[in-house]
Design a binder for this molecule. Structure first.
Ligand code: NAP
Length: 250
């Protein structure tokens, strides 16, 4: 099995594996299938898992990690890179650290949909980021980052941050290349992680345009590969299908 390349991140010794395993499965709820898929993924060599309180995947992820150590697939939690995300109802200064503690306890993530009216308020980015920095400073997390941030939002964040975001996780694929954002992030030492690298066909948030793209199909045929193998943009993290670890790591 080939090892997965890794990238360094700002403000931490921890490196990020460039291929990750997504855990958002609709409908969003923990399941035995999810737990077993994650366990199998660890066995196959995945070392980076993307979760969120919203996905309800933190508990099965924690259980799969415990099992994978018991089974000897890994020797320690330190061998894994785990991402989780704060849901917007916890994006208030005093709720950030308790939300992370909840994630670390692998208790079911707390989220509310539809979003409550009192939560639809201007986002106080500065104070929320200060609480994120506190999480890192007290050692509850090794890195802090953002998701779905535009250049404008990043500029706003960088203007007051003491610790810059290590990662910006955004939608990115051959039909949505995020050139301006990638250049901005490169200039500012922010690693860009791609989600939906295959366009998220069949999900409630994606489309089949990438998988059915004629140019990608022609490239795949010419190289005797599948569209999924030629599609993802090089040098950025690929987060892939949550249901079955069908990415060929060999
Ligand atoms: N930060 C955010 O806002 C955000 C948003 C969305 C997702 N994410 C993260 O990104 C992860 C991945 O999400 P995603 O949007 O890419 O959805 P996904 O559910 O992982 O993949 C979507 C579809 O792509 C197809 N696919 C995946 N791997 C394939 C392969 N090797 N060959 C052929 N088809 C393949 C599958 O279609 P078929 O079932 O038809 O085969 C699959 O259902 C999520 O689990 C989550 O962790 C983050």
């Amino acid at each position: 099995m080939k090892s997965i390349p890794e990238a360094s991140l700002s403000c931490t010794d921890k490196t990020i594996p460039l291929v990750g395993f997504g855990t958002a499965v609709y409908p969003l709820q923990p399941s035995q299938t999810m737990r077993e898929s994650i366990l199998r993924a660890i066995q196959l060599g995945y070392r980076h898992f993307d979760s969120a309180a919203l996905y309800q995947s933190e508990q099965p992820l924690g259980e799969a990690i415990t099992k994978s150590i018991e089974k000897g697939f890994i020797t320690s939690r330190d061998q894994l890179f785990i991402t989780s995300k704060l849901w917007c109802s916890a994006a208030h200064h005093d709720l950030v650290l308790p939300a992370l503690q909840n994630s670390l306890n692998s208790t079911p993530g707390k989220y509310e949909v539809p979003i409550k009216e009192e939560d639809i308020v201007p986002f106080d980015l500065k104070s929320v980021w200060e609480a994120m920095e506190e999480c890192k400073n007290v050692g509850l997390t090794k890195s802090i980052g953002v998701s779905n941030f535009s250049c404008k939002k990043l500029q706003q964040l960088l203007a007051t941050a003491n610790i810059p975001p290590a990662v910006n996780q955004v939608e990115m694929n051959p039909l949505w290349q995020q050139k301006k954002l990638r250049e901005f992030c490169e200039r500012n030492g922010i690693h860009v992680t791609a989600y939906s690298p295959l366009g998220a066909k069949g999900t409630i948030w994606g489309s089949s345009q990438v998988m059915e793209c004629d140019v990608l199909n022609d490239i795949a045929i010419a190289r005797e590969k599948t569209v999924a193998q030629v599609g993802p943009i090089k040098s950025n993290l690929i987060i892939i299908c949550a249901c079955l670890p069908n990415f060929d790591l060999t």
